[in-house]
Design a binder for this molecule. Structure first.
Ligand code: HEM
Length: 195
């Protein structure tokens, strides 16, 4: 039951967006609004995914971990939709290399996205088993991806950066808690795990 609730909540940003598009409540620049909303959903879900381990540690309840994979996959799902919306509704499918290197903030987003791909591909139980001890260090790429996604978020800001700073502080807090509890090595991919 809890899984169904988490699934429905994670799907809400998409349902909301589709409803607004259908009802024509999407503002004067639909392409930009759709891309932005999908980007923010991807980033928020990335942060929620990062919150799971601290929650487990704070509450002592291992049940949190059951939702981590789904939340991480939803973050990736929204990131895919975000990139597709950007290509389809803003810049087109022309020269992709030129598109992704066009501006620093887009390149940062592309790095964040590329880092999410191995995580999504190795998120199944079978892959977890196959990779054994290597799975955890590889999945620490999520921290790097979140940092790049935040830099991308900050860089694309036009004037007011309050929202970005608040998200940045949240991310910093999550990284700090992790480093404090498990040691700085737990943030570094491909190092022996202590967590
Ligand atoms: C190839 C990868 C990516 C591209 C090309 C891309 C492109 C963009 C563009 C063009 C915008 C600005 C839209 C506008 O206001 O005109 C944007 C905003 C944003 N993107 Fe990305 N992005 C990428 C990856 C990501 C990833 C992986 C995340 C998060 C996990 C992300 C999160 C965001 C956020 C949070 C915003 C700001 C939304 C807002 O202003 O409310 N992006 N992205």
């Amino acid at each position: 039951m809890a899984k169904v609730i988490v699934f429905c909540v994670a799907l809400m940003p998409l349902i909301w967006l589709v409803t607004d598009v259908v009802l024509g409540r999407i503002g004067p620049d639909p392409g930009q609004e759709i891309t932005e909303r999908l980007g923010i959903a991807a980033f928020q879900l990335l942060l929620v995914t990062l919150l799971i381990t601290p929650l487990k540690k704070m509450t002592g309840w291992p049940g949190w971990l059951r939702h981590r994979r789904m939340l991480g996959l939803f973050a990736f799902f929204y990131a895919v939709l975000h990139v597709l919306a950007f290509l389809q509704l803003i810049l087109g499918w022309g020269d992709l290399w030129a598109t992704f290197t066009r501006r620093p903030y887009i390149a940062l987003g592309a790095v964040a996205f590329l880092l999410m791909i191995p995580l999504a591909l190795t998120s199944t139980k079978a892959m977890m088993k196959r990779m054994g001890r290597r799975w955890k260090p590889v999945h620490r790429l999520i921290y790097l991806s979140a940092i790049f996604a935040w830099l991308h978020f900050l860089w694309q800001a036009r004037s007011d950066v309050t929202e970005m700073v608040v998200y940045g502080l949240l991310l910093l807090a999550l990284l700090f808690i992790r480093a404090y509890w498990f040691g700085v090595s737990s943030l570094v991919p491909l190092r022996k795990s202590r967590a």
